[in-house]
Design a protein around this ligand. Sequence first.
Ligand SMILES: Cc1cc2nc3c(=O)[nH]c(=O)nc-3n(C[C@H](O)[C@H](O)[C@H](O)COP(=O)(O)OP(=O)(O)OC[C@H]3O[C@@H](n4cnc5c(N)ncnc54)[C@H](O)[C@@H]3O)c2cc1C
Length: 416
Amino acid sequence: MRYNAFQILKQGLSGHKGWKPMWRDPEPKAEYDVIIIGGGGHGLATAYYLAKEHGITNVAVIEKGWIGGGNVGRNTTIFRSNYMFPANTHFYEKGMKLWEGLEQDFNFNAMVSQRGVINLFHSDPQRDAFARRGNAMRLAGVDAEFLSPDQLKEMVPILDFKNARFPIQGGLMQRRGGTIRHDAVAWGFARGADSRGVDIIQNCEVKDIVIEGGAAVAVETSRGKIRGKKVAMAVAGHTSQIAAMAGIKLPIESHVLQAFVSEGIKPLIDTVVTFGAGHFYISQSDKGGLVFGGDLDGYNSYAQRGNLPMMEHVMAGGMAIMPAIGRVRLLRHWGGIMDMSFDGSPFICKTGVDKLYLNGGWCYGGFKATPASGWCYAHTIAKDEPHPLNKDFTIERFREGRMIDEKGVGPNPWIQ
Ligand SMILES: Cc1cc2nc3c(=O)[nH]c(=O)nc-3n(C[C@H](O)[C@H](O)[C@H](O)COP(=O)(O)OP(=O)(O)OC[C@H]3O[C@@H](n4cnc5c(N)ncnc54)[C@H](O)[C@@H]3O)c2cc1C
């Protein structure tokens, strides 16, 4: 079913009784060409692009809970492509370009809002680092703008320019960045994949990966054994657990990251702002809530909830740049499980086990990568070799000393 103005009119006139479910609820088949473990953004996007770009439709996405219940529906919805190192810049810029046409592509409103992302800087060395990053972006064809304090005052008047503990010296802005309604991304990709024949199987936990003759051939699940000619992992925070089922040890740790939403208030911030002297990022949702977050809780966990010390730390970061928000009440908060890789960059690659593929290590920045990740992972699975855009996102880079040491918070985090 296509979604358009005519459909709304037609359904409206017939009492809204004709809307169809957005995806089916099929029983698992005995065998698939590709089994994707994990119905998050990356797993669903991979299934969508496998079907759309490579004509591989005999695909199952196996999700232990419900789609959108993981990080894809728990993040703070920011997307951008303001990375510095070539391996990251071109990959995230591919993501940016896909986001720009995504809603038309999968015929679903994901509320893609290119409201801009501003990274504040607070010291001379940080200004130099941000200038270097902006220049590198522009040389790679990515948009970047340097903002003076006067420009910032006009754009984000709520910032504290007078008494801040870390005076704001300016900002690096990417205007094409912004926010996207996170769970709509999962629903859009799920709907698009399902309509092309992909089976989305919810409430089905993968318990083991079956390996025969050095190749992955099946998964054992809570709903029985399902054979697959290829098996692809896309489980974000559970990456090291699932990889261990195939005997693979990864340089990944799982940590909790929290997100916070305030009560709805009148429009206050019409862009995304990040604090450069700590870790705090904020935007305002279309319903009026301030959506913000900060750093990891700092201990390993698989719990999707955080603790009070980090909550206080995040609030302090917010108060340091915009004290006015201290009077706003917090409405809700939650946690998600981050698959933190040791260099801050992801994996989209083959593994040492034949027919077993890896997508993970997204840290706290994988939402923005969702379409590019699915697109490149689909290519890697279909062709059995990486696309040039993800050729550096291997496990071997740690063995070979070719780490892509960019945490996504800026190229020189030590300067802060
Ligand atoms: C609070 C918070 C804020 C964030 N903010 C941002 C942001 O602003 N911008 C940004 O770019 N990124 C952000 N991120 C990171 C981003 O959300 C993640 O990197 C990304 O969503 C991870 O990929 P995914 O969507 O596929 O993960 P998920 O949605 O977590 O998908 C993985 C799925 O695998 C399933 N699974 C796990 N084990 C099994 C199993 N055994 N069998 C079957 N299924 C299994 C899980 O249930 C889950 O649904 C944030 C994350 C959090 C938690």
